[in-house]
Every structure is written in C-alpha cells, then in structure tokens.
Design a protein around this ligand. Sequence first.
Ligand code: FES
Length: 248
Amino acid sequence: MKALVMVSAIVAMIPFVPWGSFLSSTVTAGAQLPTLIQAVVIDDNPTEYGSAAAGQAVNVNNLTDFPTPDASLGDVPGNGHWVFTYPTSGSLSLDTENPNTFQKFELIRLPNGTNKQASDFVAFSKVCVHLWCSPDFNPLNNLFQCPCHGSEYEIPDGLAIHGPASLQAFPTNAIPMLTLQADSDGNLYVFAMNYDPALSAPGKPVTVPNDIEANGELGYGRDYNSYYKFILPNSQTPANTAEESTTV
Ligand code: FES
C-alpha cells in the first residue's frame, strides 16, 4: 500500500517537472556504451552572464546572446564565456545553485567562432588539473586561467602552457573537455564524458591508446592531442540520436 502511494505521488509530479527544458536522452552509440546527451543550458545567473544568456539554451546561430569574446570589453558579463552544469539535475535553479565544480563546465565561444557550428565553442572543465581550483576564461588574452597558482590553459586544445599545471607530465597537463555537437537547427548538445580508454568519441575508433582518451578525467588531465575528437560536425541530429533507446 505504501509503495502504491509513493508511485502515485511520483506520477502526480511528472507534469510539473520541466523535462523538456533539458532534453536529456540516453542513447546507444552503436555497439558502444550508452551515451547521455544534454542540451547546453547556461546557469541562470544574470549577474554573471547577462539577462540574454542566463538560463538560456545555447544555439550556435545566436551571435547576439552568445557573442564571440571581445577583448575591448574586458571580462564582463556576456563576453564570450558562460558556465553550465553537466549532468543536469533536471532543475535549472538547482543546477545554478550547485557549487560542485566537478559538475561545472565553461562554454567558451572562440574568438573566431562565427561559423555557426559546434566548432565555434569549447567546453572546458571548471576543475584545474593542478590542485582543483576553478579557472575562468579571460577574453583579454584568450587563456583559461586558474586564480590559485597561475596555471593557464590555451584554447582550443586546453593544454596548460603556464604555471604548475604546465609542468605536470603528459597527460596530466591539459584540462578535460566535453564533446559538443549541434543539430540542424543549431541547438548545442554535450555528450557524457567518456572515460573508457577503449573509446575515443561517440562512434570514433581508438587512435591513441594508453593515454587519457576521450574527454579526460576531471581534476586529473586529458590527452590534449585528442582535441579534434571533441568537436563533432553539425549533423541533422546530435550523433546517434537515431538509435535513441530511452528518453527521460
Ligand atoms: S589549482 Fe590551479 S594552478 Fe593550482
């Protein structure tokens, strides 16, 4: 009887949860592991990201709300970089309040990111691979900079080029990053981090075995040579959604 009451309560909540805002799907990448994809939705923080971008889903065609970095503006809201939460809790407000940097990624529109493709962006982990402080993109010098001990990561490959992280051995000298892809309408998606060394990216073969393949390991590192694997070309739909098995 208790179980019946609980199930009824959960079912009653379903219409009030904004599932559609996040468009999370469990998809199967061919014969590989299940891959979670999620629409990129910026944390709802107008002070940080301006009213235009805060809480909005990212579209690669939108150069107004998601502009390229402008060094003349300095590090001000809406200046080419934003933070989003992955994986989402399903609630934008809870995601925004979540302080866990291991679930935070910085979406950076590249300085030449006007091609209206996923490759206009990178999505770097907010956890420095030195001692886990939280770096920020600086549009004045186009570097991803850690405030604690001065590590600086270049874009777009995320290799540490200054500071203690740059002195760490390969492959602990690059920032982990998420795979991006846009659909035919320009909506931007990220894929689940791929930690499996037997895989490189959804649907891609292994080319560099024995390194930190795919998206890297949060707080530890990534094979920066594999940058090209993380920006998938625009496609009619995000990769593998044709094989979608479950929608949550
Ligand atoms: S924690 Fe980032 S430089 Fe030390």
